[in-house]
Design a protein around this ligand. Structure first.
Ligand code: MRU
Length: 356
């Protein structure tokens, strides 16, 4: 998708370097950063220079490429794979991408390993672009139906950033929105600010602005009243881990939006590529929920009048805070799952119907 009219992907490989858009600087500064070592990729994931389930999976895949460039040695590669998987706990894409790479590389001799690793990392990114595009084409039908019935602008609420910045291109939750916009359907997006890291305000609103899509940032607590007032036609969010039964784990606050949507008969869709499905976990309580540094809550960042990024504390030093990064929305609150293979019910039957 575009930034200042120029098309970008969120990650690419050039001259033995992994190139990323540093998302900690957005929307105030657009910085392309070079990742030179496997450790650089681990840090980029931990500090959220790259974030969003599909993108951290792709970054981990390239992390293994850098690991081979640094030291073509099996035990180093294995240690790298463990470090990458541990860099963030909740999104299953990290493990999915690392396992896929390691399977591809097993038994490959030293001479061929780098080329095969690079080809596989590229295949992971290209596949994600294709899947996200298909999610958009599948989700477009839902927006189209609402637009035909309503004969007016379709108002869509989204949480966090499940946009192209969270993937390689298109996004998951935003892909149907981009496709609708490109087809000339009038859409407006309510963007949850998404405290504490403000991915909605900083990233979703930014990328929608760059694509010329009408959007309004709202506080995380405003979705309920907008739904009561009939100002939300549908919700679409992303997911970091989708269980076999259709339960979805996504950015903290998603669950409360789904409850509000249910109470107000607003359709609540979750968009996902199959790489976020975890078939192994039987109960959502087994999902490791990331707990991040409490300073992400007590400090806030923005720009001053000189456009310099500043970080300030916003509440008493003595106050304790708890920074849970994700929550689980039970399948019963989800209207449907929008995947690369089609739309299905959020249930085991639904998912198994699309993914054998
Ligand atoms: O903590 P983040 O910013 O990595 O969380 C991202 C999300 O919760 C997204 O909704 C999810 O990864 C889906 S991205 C297509």
């Amino acid at each position: 998708m575009k930034i200042e009219g120029k098309s970008y992907k969120t990650i690419w490989f050039e001259k033995n370097l992994v190139k990323i858009i540093d998302q900690t600087k957005l929307p105030h500064q657009f910085v392309i950063k070079d990742l030179k070592t496997m450790k650089d990729t681990v840090n980029a994931i931990k500090t959220m220079e790259v974030r969003g389930a599909p993108l951290i999976g792709a970054t981990a895949a390239y992390g293994l490429v850098l690991s081979i460039i640094e030291k073509n040695d099996l035990s180093f590669l294995k240690k790298s794979s463990e470090e990458l998987i541990a860099s963030r706990p909740t999104a299953i894409n990290l493990k999915w991408a690392v396992d896929r790479m390691m399977k591809k590389l097993s038994g490959i001799n030293d001479k061929d390993i780098l080329k095969i690793a690079l080809d596989e990392a590229k295949a992971i990114t290209e596949e994600d672009v294709k899947f996200c595009k298909n999610i958009g084409l599948n989700g477009l039908k839902i927006i189209e139906d609402i637009a035909i019935k309503k004969k007016d602008t379709v108002n869509i609420l989204t949480h966090c950033n499940a946009g192209w910045l969270a993937t390689i291109d298109w996004g998951t939750a935003t892909s149907p929105i981009y496709h609708a916009h490109q087809k000339g359907i009038k859409v407006h997006v309510w963007v949850d600010e998404t405290r504490p890291r403000n991915q909605g305000a900083n990233l979703t609103s930014y990328e929608l602005n760059e694509e010329g899509i009408s959007n309004t940032v709202i506080t995380d607590n405003a979705g309920g009243i907008l739904m009561q007032r009939g100002q939300v036609d549908m919700c679409i969010v992303g997911t970091d881990r989708t269980l076999y039964n259709g339960d979805v784990c996504n950015k903290i606050g998603t669950y409360l939006k789904a409850l509000s949507a249910k109470d107000n008969n607003v359709p609540f869709y979750v968009a996902l590529p199959s790489s976020t499905i975890d078939w192994s976990i039987k109960h959502h309580k087994q999902i490791p929920i990331e707990e991040r540094n409490s300073e992400e809550l007590s400090y806030i960042e923005g720009v001053d009048q000189n456009n310099e990024i500043r970080r300030v504390r916003i509440y008493p030093q003595k106050s304790k805070s708890l920074n849970l990064a994700f929550d689980v929305t039970p399948a019963k609150l989800v209207t449907g799952l929008i995947t690369e293979k089609g739309i299905c019910e959020a249930s085991e039957n639904g998912l198994r119907g699309l993914f054998k």
